[in-house]
Design a protein around this ligand. Sequence first.
Ligand code: SF4
Length: 346
Amino acid sequence: MGLFQGPRIASMRKLLTYSRNVFVPVTDVCKNRCLYCGFRRDDGRVIRRQEAIDLLDRGARAGCTEALFSLGEAPWEVPGFSGRLKDAGIDDLIEYLIELSMLALEKGLLPHTNAGLLSKEEMRRLAPYNASMGLMLETTAEVEAHRSSPGKDPLLRLEAMAAAGELSIPFTTGILVGIGETREDRIRSIEAIKKIHATCGTIQEVIVQPFDPKDETAMAAIPPPRMETLVETVSMARSILPAEVAVQVPPNLADPLPLVEAGASDLGGISPVTPDWINPGRLWPTPEVLRSRLPGFQMVERLAVYPRFIDLGWHGSETRELVERLAGPDGLRRRDDSEISDRNRK
Ligand code: SF4
């Protein structure tokens, strides 16, 4: 299989990747209280099996290849959470994530779990069932937005990323722009990610995510970062990180054209069936709309694991058979497969 190292010229057009996913919000219970968060709920719940199965089925029918399992951080540390788990018929949340991942694999979807801070042992248990995993660094700075979020301690997050590296887990991380950090903080954050990657080589992509104000949060009146700031951050990230690490921008939160022109090469997960549960008011543009907005770029689907890591065999052992089925010779999604799904959806 040929190595894919990020953007490259194909028919004179720069390649932009994205993943067609179904977003499964496993629980919105979280031990942190980030001042910008609209996802966490005091009376949060755990997704029921049947509800998760229905979402996965919808994703599979819509031609998705990725199941994104997302949850609040260390919900088991929140008083009363074990009772909520029992009500849902679940003994252990990590076991439940494994069970949901196995269901996803059966339905042809590659799991990518973003569970916040996990211990190395918890990651070791989840790794065989995941094509890749993720944890946002957000920032290495101490910001007011994180004053009630012990899990956002940058040292803890960098340690977790290093532990994932020791386990050879293909990893997604990123920074959040506009939460009170400075330009120098953003450079330091990207440098910190670069350092982790230099040690373990497991970072597949770095998201440059703009803060998006939510009603009824403490930061509702704070404006989102300006486009100039985002463009400069993408450009800095592209020049600081090695070429093999993609820079990702979410096209539902900012106009992607100036950002891909600044060096971003990935548009992240785009779901035809579920909202972005972290930013539910921000609808994903369809790939067709994005294609029309991004002249000069060729959009192609990738899997939840990047081609380089398929070559290395670092994705979860239980995901191998499905990755083999879904990946084409270049390690991206097999084209005839996505073309068939496109036809089925019409
Ligand atoms: S942003 Fe994430 S970590 Fe922070 S409160 Fe919300 S769910 Fe928890």
